[in-house]
Structures are given as structure tokens and as C-alpha cells.
Write a protein that binds this ligand. Structure first.
Ligand code: WT7
Length: 637
């Protein structure tokens, strides 16, 4: 096992650590991780303010943080800006305008490259199209597409004119999309005919049509042609993207709307403990500061890099680190449309070689999936351009970490294991390249961020004692509210440690004797399946929407590749025949999407509940795993 044996003089020799090479440290933006952490934590506001000064503002702020209305914090108060000013407009001043902003490869081999100049032209054109459809400042635009450049263009164009996007992941299905359209009350939907996935096309437009029918707010649907498959277009409602972009209204000149730092920028729905998904709201000012600072320091972004964040723009990882972060830093990003193992398990490594990717960021589940195919696939390619690796979304098991480090990173590339959430906007616990690493730990909070693992009474846990992961001070990328439901914002995140004023993450974790954080998992009814966040309630309601199911409860059970998979327990409707397991899975797939499909479905006569009617998932978990069910004294019957 190649292990770098050049610890910085200040760190004691410890066999648990992987130390970065001198070369990595010498080139890094931040050469002394702990020193910067200490300095920033002494005065977080000064640290964030310095980062904000690296960006352009139409008008500077008068106050960095306004906390008088906590937990409704405000950042860079009085500042005027727009993320687009930093992501596109300011790059027109210098040679960066001719630099590649985006390199895209379709699963079928199609390629698109776009300079900053060209991307801005396309964004301006589409911004004018949106305006012509009546989209104004503050209006919500729902975007439901595959991983294609037009998805990015649609996001940027929306934000440019001061509207608010709600991107719904293309892997979601009818009910999930309908619910999100309804909650956001979007009058405009941008979608595409289909998407390529593993050699087949997914019919996104059909799902979009059905969802629009169910939700009833959408007046206009703009459809990008990607696959060319037959789709149903409704006269008066539906327009082709390419038709609109060819009209004179689609002029490449468009002023960027000057926004208040605290004006809404996007809503991103995420699963919570109960019922409907939460619309996590982010704003222009603080968000851009947080994501550009983290991307620069954590992934050490340089002008010559080729960055690949292999997430989907439909998730927060994609928003922050495919779309906005890299563009603000003027980086060159690579984006790929399809599945990682199509047509062969070397697809990713082939592209790393072909495009000379230098920094790669993905999820543990993808690493574990590709690891299964063996080392011979990456070995076919020269992937020595890679200099830094990253992971996100769920805990990475040390075995997968070591494989990623040794086989993909030649034992030389530091791995940035970044812990954060849709709600945090950007990285919160993460190493920087100069940090000593431990496989499976995200190390320590980012500079300026104060976090801890605490007991229910708020006292700090001792070394290696499991407790609640909390964030103790506000940070600029934080969510500002749950869209349309401020009470839920307070209740969900700020009520548990109300007295202390801490944000509760919903995760359990431990801190070891070196102060390194180890994430254990969710404490609430959220299940992470292959890194995707699913609420038990959403999956259960998809199951009971099948006529033969009267009640359902789902739990996560451990899986070697996906981290967790869903195990569903269903009670049949009286008099209904037992549906086939496949029929039920198909139903969940068409309501929620493939990520929500249970791996196992079990029919039962009753569900274990407490006397207050709460499902005892602990008992279900024990049953699914064939373990002892433990104390059943609180069971209702
Ligand atoms: C939850 C948030 C942040 C973008 C993708 C996920 C888990 C996230 C890690 C990590 C262990 C992690 C947590 C967190 N999580 N990153 N590096 N190590 N767990 O965003 O869908 O909002 O999910 O993902 O449980 O609370 P999300």
C-alpha cells in the first residue's frame, strides 16, 4: 500500500494517517490546513467576508451577518449581486471568455464544448425566451431534464432574470414531479423529449406531460430535443426549445437582473421526516460565497484544471459543484450524460484519459459499483492526469476509500471526503488537500465552520462516543427557509437545540481522539439509497397509492454497493388479491422513480406500532435482518 511518509513537521507520526506529499502541499491554495481552520474559527465573519471580496458585487454589503431574526439569518445584507454576474458576466472582461466552460459527452458519443462566451450567449438567448413567456423576477421555473448542456443553460437563464429554479432530478417520476411543480406553483416547465441511459432512452416528456396534467399550474412547457423520439406536444402549451431559440425574441443580449443578496435563487426539494418533500431555499449572496470558497480550497481549483463532478445537476452536488461553483471560479468542467458502466465498465476511466480530467468528485456507491468490476478496467487507461479525488453523499467504507486511493489515485491523490447536505449549500466537514487523511472520515469542519457531536442535553460527547451532529454557528450557504413553510424550517432544524441556537443535521456521528469526525448515519426517517436521499413517507405513500396495498412501512437495510436498499412491508387491502411483487415495484417506479423501488417487498398482516401509532422501524429492521426484535413492551398489540 503506497503511503506517503512525509508528514508535516507539526504532525506526530501516526500510522492511521495518510499524509499528502510535499508536492501536493506545495501547490495547494491552502498549505496549512489547521492554521487556516484556527484563524477562521477565531473570526468566522472576517473569513467569509474576505471570501466575499474575491467576488463581484453591484453594490457592497453593509453588514456581513444579520442575526437579530435568527434562525432566519441574513448574509451580506444590503449587498447587490447576482450569481450570474460572477458565473458568466465577469469572465467577459479577460481571456477567460475564450476558455472552455463546459465539455460534455453524451452516452451515445455526442460531444459539445462551450466557451464562457458561447455559454453566456446561449444563456442570454434563453433568458429572453423565458421573459417572453412571462417569467418575471421571483417566479419559479421547474426544470426536469437529463444531464445535457441545456439543463445548465436553463438554470443559468432562470437565475439571470431573477427568477427561481426548481430542478427536479430526471430520475424522478410522475407523482414526485407533480408534487414539486405544485409546491413551487411553477407556470413554466423546461424538459426534454428523453434521455439516454444504459443504451436505452427514458421518456421524460411522457412523464412530464402526465405530471403537468396532475398538478395543474403549468401553462407553458419548453422541450429540448435530445433523443428525437416521438412525443406528444400540446398546441398552445408546448414549444420546442430549438424553435424558440431560433426566433428573433431570443436575442443574445440580456441584462442580468440586479438582486439583493438575500433574494431567492433556487429551491431544491429534498426528503424529510414526514410527508411531502421540503423545498430548501437558497439565495444569491451567501450561497455564491460559500460554494466558490469551498470549491477553491477543498478541490484546490486552478486555471489549468479539468474538473469532473460526476453527480447530476438535479441534486445539490450538481447545483453547487457542476453548475455554479466551477463557473464562478472560471474553471473547465466536464459533464457526462449516461451510466458509468455503459457500454463497458471502463467508460468513466476512458473519459478521464480522453479529456485529461485532473480532479474527480463522485459518490461512494459509484466507487463500490466500479470496484466490483475489478482493477483491469481502470488499468486499460492512462488516468495519471488525476491529481485530486473526492467523494460525497454517504459514508465511504475504508475498503472503497483504499481502492479509490490506490487504483484510481495511484496512491498519490488525496481524497476529499466531503460531508454536507442540500440544506448546507456547500461543504461543511471536509479535508483540504494539505490535511492528513483517515479512510472513512471527512476529517474536520471547513474553515469558519463550528461543528460538534453532542448528547441530547447539548453536552459534548467524549472521544468515539456516538451522538448528534450539530452546526454551532451560521454559515453563508445555509438554507434560508423551507419554501412556503417557515414553521417547518424552525421545527425541523432549530427546535431540538433551541436554547443553544444550533442547527441539527439529523445525522449521528462520532469524533475520535484526534478530533476527526466519523458519520454514522441518519437519525430520522430518511434513507440513503446509493447516496440518494429518500423519505420513508414518500416511498410508503407511493406503495399505498396502489389499490391492493392499504398500509406500508419501509426501512433501509445495509447493502454492499448501495449502502442501503429499501425493504418494504405491506398490508393488503381487504378483499384485494395479492399483487405480484414486480407489479408493485413497477408502480413505485412510475410514481416515484427507479431510485425509490424497494429491493424487497414482504406482505404482512399487521405492522408493529407504538400505542401512539408510530411505526416501530427498529422492530421491522430486526425482522428484515433476522435479528432479535428486542424489547416489545411499548408495542400496541
Ligand atoms: C445527507 C445529506 C451533500 C450532497 C449530497 C447529499 C449524508 C453526505 C456525506 C459524507 C457521510 C454523508 C448525510 C447527510 N452525507 N455526505 N461525506 N459522509 N455521509 O445531500 O441528499 O441532502 O443528503 O447525506 O447523512 O445528512 P443530501
Amino acid at each position: 500500500m503506497p503511503r506517503k511518509s512525509t508528514p508535516p513537521a507539526s504532525t506526530s507520526e501516526n500510522p492511521d494517517f495518510y499524509y499528502p506529499s510535499r508536492d501536493v502541499v506545495r501547490k495547494a491554495h491552502v498549505k496549512d490546513w489547521e492554521k487556516l481552520r484556527k484563524k477562521a474559527l477565531d473570526d468566522p465573519l472576517a473569513f467569509w467576508e474576505e471570501r466575499a471580496k474575491e467576488l463581484d458585487w453591484y453594490k457592497p454589503w453593509t453588514k456581513v451577518l444579520e442575526d437579530s431574526k435568527a434562525p432566519f439569518y441574513e448574509w451580506f445584507v444590503g449587498g447587490k449581486t447576482n450569481v450570474i454576474l460572477n458565473a458568466l458576466d465577469r469572465h467577459m472582461r479577460d481571456a477567460r471568455k475564450n476558455k472552455l466552460a463546459l465539455i460534455w459527452e453524451g452516452e451515445n458519443g455526442d460531444q459539445v464544448t462551450m466557451s464562457y462566451y458561447r455559454l453566456r450567449q446561449e444563456v442570454n438567448k434563453f433568458a429572453n425566451v423565458l421573459k417572453s413567456m412571462g417569467v418575471r423576477k421571483g417566479d419559479r421555473v421547474t426544470i426536469y431534464m437529463g444531464r445535457i448542456p441545456e439543463l445548465i443553460i436553463a438554470m443559468l437563464a432562470t437565475v439571470k432574470i431573477g427568477a427561481v429554479h426548481s430542478v427536479v432530478y430526471g430520475g424522478f417520476s410522475t407523482e414526485a414531479l407533480a408534487e414539486r411543480i405544485e409546491d413551487a406553483r411553477s407556470r413554466v416547465l423546461v424538459t426534454c423529449d428523453g434521455a439516454w441511459l444504459r443504451g436505452k432512452t427514458v421518456n421524460l416528456k411522457e412523464i412530464a406531460n402526465e405530471a403537468v396534467g396532475r398538478s395543474g399550474y403549468v401553462e407553458h412547457v419548453i422541450t429540448v430535443q435530445r433523443t428525437g423520439q416521438d412525443v406528444e406536444m400540446v398546441t398552445g402549451r408546448d414549444y420546442w426549445y430549438h424553435d424558440l431559440m431560433a426566433l428573433p425574441i431570443a436575442s443574445p443580449k440580456c441584462e442580468t437582473e440586479q438582486m439583493d443578496a438575500e433574494d431567492p435563487m433556487f429551491i431544491l426539494y429534498t426528503s424529510g421526516t414526514t410527508g411531502r418533500p421540503k423545498g430548501v431555499l437558497h439565495t444569491h449572496g451567501g450561497y455564491q460565497v460559500h460554494i466558490s470558497a469551498t470549491l477553491k480550497y477543498v478541490f484546490d481549483m486552478k486555471d489549468e484544471d479539468r474538473w469532473w463532478c460526476a453527480a447530476d445537476p438535479g441534486w445539490i452536488t450538481g447545483h453547487s459543484y457542476i453548475v455554479y461553483g466551477p463557473l464562478i471560479l472560471g474553471a473547465t468542467s466536464f459533464m457526462y450524460e449516461g451510466g458509468p458502466d455503459y457500454p463497458y465498465p471502463d467508460r468513466w476511466w476512458k473519459m478521464v484519459e480522453e479529456y485529461g480530467i485532473t480532479i474527480m468528485y463522485t459518490a461512494p456507491t459509484a466507487i463500490r459499483g466500479l470496484m466490483r468490476f475489478g482493477e483491469s478496467w481502470p488499468e486499460r487507461h492512462d488516468i495519471s492526469s488525476l491529481r485530486l479525488l473526492g467523494t460525497v453523499g454517504e459514508p465511504i467504507n475504508p475498503e472503497a476509500w483504499r481502492w479509490y486511493h490506490r487504483v484510481i489515485g495511484r496512491g498519490e491523490c488525496p481524497i476529499m471526503d466531503t460531508w454536507w447536505q442540500t440544506e448546507t449549500g456547500g461543504h461543511m466537514i471536509t479535508p483540504l488537500p494539505s490535511a492528513p487523511l483517515k479512510p472513512g472520515s471527512g476529517t474536520k469542519p471547513f474553515p469558519g465552520v463550528d461543528m460538534d457531536v453532542v448528547r441530547d442535553d447539548g453536552s459534548s460527547c467524549g472521544p468515539n462516543e456516538e451522538g448528534r451532529l450539530v452546526i454551532k454557528n451560521p454559515w453563508p450557504g445555509m438554507l434560508r427557509t423551507v419554501y412556503g413553510d417557515p414553521d417547518r424550517y424552525i421545527e425541523q432544524y432549530w427546535s431540538f437545540f433551541k436554547e443553544q441556537g444550533w442547527y441539527m443535521t439529523g445525522d449521528s456521528a462520532k469524533k475520535d481522539e484526534d478530533g476527526y469526525f466519523w458519520i454514522i448515519g441518519r437519525l430520522d426517517d430518511v434513507i440513503k439509497v446509493a447516496g440518494y436521499r429518500l423519505g420513508t413517507a414518500e416511498v410508503e405513500s407511493a406503495l399505498v397509492s396502489h389499490p391492493a396495498v392499504s398500509e406500508a412501512a419501509v426501512i433501509g437495510v445495509p447493502d454492499e454497493v448501495k449502502g442501503n436498499v429499501i425493504h418494504a412491508f405491506c398490508i393488503l387491502t381487504a378483499g384485494a388479491g395479492k399483487p405480484g411483487e414486480d407489479a408493485l415495484k413497477k408502480h413505485v417506479r412510475s410514481e416515484m422513480g427507479p431510485i425509490a423501488v424497494p429491493a424487497h417487498i414482504e406482505f404482512v398482516d399487521s405492522l408493529p406500532k407504538t400505542r401512539s401509532g408510530k411505526i416501530m422501524r427498529r422492530v421491522l429492521r430486526a425482522r428484515a435482518m433476522g435479528e432479535d426484535e428486542g424489547d416489545l413492551s411499548t408495542l400496541a398489540d
